[in-house]
Ligand binder design. Structure first.
Ligand SMILES: C[S@@+](CC[C@H](N)C(=O)[O-])C[C@H]1O[C@@H](n2cnc3c(N)ncnc32)[C@H](O)[C@@H]1O
Length: 217
């Protein structure tokens, strides 16, 4: 995304990106040369990506002034954040966006028909491997209800599955659609569009993850 945008953004615009992963930020700095680009490696603590990080992700201020940003892209970040951190991420998104600005959130959304009536576990099969590599099995996502409309990766018996990087699915988090909409609305962000992704569906239309586009009101 950062690379693609570097072909579009001219000197009237700018781009700022951040992540706790040193290697990825170093790669971006090395490979995306653009005068108006800034990449920040922020030592954000994350249970799996950066367990010894010293920056608290629940209070971290995004590197941008209030009402200064046209577009925020959060690419598969809330797929791996604890609920409190995800709420803060939305709050910061709303702070930095100008009124009418948009945020693209790539996340796992549980639509109504993906939530069972009589169980706190949902199993979802996608055919994502057909596009991403050799097909040896369909990709299965299994989530357990944790709180409100927040679900996390689990084993067959519903116990938390914490083996990030050791399996193909990782330790994803998912949001019920209504719950995510509510969290966004609380921060002054309204849903502008919801584009269901291919991760648990048969057709690939625009992306593997679901995309929720939010607008600052
Ligand atoms: C699944 S990866 C997605 C990477 C990239 N955004 C993309 O779309 O390919 C999740 C990323 O979120 C980063 N991350 C972890 N905690 C974060 C936080 N509190 N705020 C922002 N990013 C965070 C991780 O370091 C990791 O690079």
């Amino acid at each position: 995304m950062a690379f693609a945008l570097s072909c579009i953004i001219d000197d009237r615009g700018s781009y700022v990106g951040f992540d706790p992963l040193k290697e990825q930020i170093a790669f971006s700095i090395e490979n995306i040369k653009h005068e108006k680009y800034a990449f920040h490696c922020v030592d954000l603590r994350h249970r799996l990506y950066n367990p010894n990080g010293v920056v608290d992700p629940d209070t971290y201020k995004f590197p941008a002034a209030d009402n200064s940003i046209d577009i925020v892209i959060s690419g598969s970040v809330l797929t791996h954040l604890e609920l409190a951190t995800a709420k803060h991420h939305l709050r910061e998104t709303a702070r930095v966006l100008r009124i009418g600005g948009k945020a693209f959130y790539y996340i796992f959304v549980l639509a109504d028909d993906m939530i069972p009536n009589n169980s706190d576990i949902t199993e979802l099969f996608g055919e994502i491997r057909k596009w991403s590599g050799p097909v040896d099995q369909n990709w299965c996502f299994r989530f357990a209800r944790r709180e409100d409309g927040f679900w996390t990766n689990c084993n067959e018996d519903g116990s938390p599955k914490c083996n990030f990087m050791k399996d193909d699915v990782g330790d994803p988090m998912a949001f019920e659609y209504d719950f995510f909409e509510l969290l966004a609305m609380r921060e002054g962000l309204k849903v502008d569009a919801y584009l269901p992704g291919a991760w648990c569906r048969e057709r690939y239309e625009h992306s593997s993850l679901d995309v929720v586009i939010l607008e600052k009101t």
